[in-house]
Design a protein around this ligand. Structure first.
Ligand code: AMP
Ligand code: MG
Length: 362
């Protein structure tokens, strides 16, 4: 299927010229939000502040208005580094590394925040009917797709690891967490970036920032509105290119996006993506190119984006009809958009031939 079939060459050429003009902005805004936002008013408290860093193995961008925004954004960046050090599967000394090393033993005490996130992740995971698993780590480690040394494990190895993927077996008692089987392991990669957006909101609260956004590798939290009262406009990326296919308005909610295009490796022309289907042990084969789930709670948004991707279009659309707000681009180039996003929704020119279907419910 040619994912670019909707593109018009002339408009694309115009876009390339525009993109060249915005080169610096595009570099900073990669994978995040709309290419063009103008400060709406002048004056010290209305100045637009920006911050960019690399943490949690991804680019993090922030923009915010108000005198306290620079300090708040610095505090956020420090918080993200500490959060990563606590939760990363790979950081030596993290709660997750300690838990994984102690699997099969009597359990490990973790920070209260880690235990709370784990409890929330397990409660959500139970709604995914096996599509989402924080215990997917034995498989993600075997594939190593987000590492420098990805590989294709053999069938026997996958069959041996599959029974270790079992979220229902994880025991959380207060701050003590126990993985009952040796070789079980946790990977919070499917939920941590969204979940931290809720912590960022608390930091913005603390510093009195009421107009800002943060993008953590494409998971975006938009706080309040711009000083002129207009909502933040968020770009939905083209999974087949560097640009955006559409944009929409977001206020006080998080969008988390999952897609096979984000992280993958290729061997012999075969693409292996970073989202694993716990039912098979292999990278998920989805008819979704990219899906963004939008929730007030960041962990929920991140959980749903990964889950919907593994579920595939039909079940994802059922979930949207049942009330989940989302944007879903399928592999045939049809864009499904929750009805509640219709107001302010825009298709970008280079995607103007794309079919858009508004989905009632979410
Ligand atoms: P996301 O980008 O939010 O869809 O999350 C993908 C990341 O979550 C991967 O890089 C893994 O760390 C982890 N992961 C992969 N497959 C799953 C799964 N089925 N359930 C939960 N987490 C997963
Ligand atoms: Mg996710």
């Amino acid at each position: 299927m040619d994912k670019k079939r909707w593109r018009r060459p002339l408009l694309l050429a115009c876009f390339v010229v525009l993109a060249a003009a915005l080169l610096v902005a595009v570099a900073v805004w990669r994978g995040s939000t709309p290419p063009a936002q103008q400060p709406a008013a002048s004056g010290p408290s209305q100045e637009l502040h920006t911050a960019a860093t690399f943490v949690m193995d991804t680019l993090v961008d922030q923009q915010g208005y108000g005198a306290s925004a620079p300090e708040a954004m610095r505090a956020v960046n420090l918080y993200l580094a500490a959060y990563d050090a606590r939760l990363s599967l790979f950081a030596e000394g993290s709660d997750i590394a300690a838990l994984n090393a102690a699997a099969g033993g009597n359990g490990t005490d973790v920070a209260p925040e880690t235990a709370a996130l784990l409890r929330q992740a397990l409660a959500l995971s139970a709604q995914s009917e096996g599509a989402f698993a924080v215990t997917v780590a034995p498989l993600t480690l075997a594939w190593g797709i987000t590492t420098d040394t990805p590989r294709v494990p053999g069938r026997e190895e996958i069959d041996r690891l599959l029974p270790l993927v079992n979220d229902a077996a994880v025991q959380v008692d207060g701050n003590r967490v126990r993985l009952p089987e040796a070789d079980m392991a946790l990977d919070l990669g499917g939920i941590a970036k969204g979940a931290v957006c809720t912590d960022v909101a608390a930091i913005y609260d603390e510093y009195g920032v009421d107009s800002a956004w943060i993008s953590i590798g494409g998971n975006i939290y938009a706080r309040g509105t711009k000083p002129d009262g207009s909502a933040w406009r968020i770009g939905f990326r083209d999974p087949a290119g560097d640009g955006y296919v559409a944009s929409f308005l977001l206020t006080d909610r998080v969008i988390a996006v999952s897609g096979g295009y984000e992280r993958y490796f290729e061997v012999d022309g075969q693409r292996y993506i970073h989202i694993i289907d716990p039912a098979t042990g292999y990278p998920a084969e989805s008819d979704i190119a990219s899906v963004g789930a939008i929730c007030a709670d960041g962990a929920e948004a991140d959980f749903w984006s990964t889950t919907l991707y593994v579920w595939g279009r039909e079940r994802a659309l059922e979930k949207m009809q049942a009330g989940l707000c989302a944007i879903l681009l399928d592999d045939a180039g049809v864009l499904y958009v929750s009805e509640s996003l219709r107001d302010g929704f825009k298709l970008y020119d280079e995607a103007s031939g794309m079919e858009v279907i508004y989905v009632p419910g979410g």
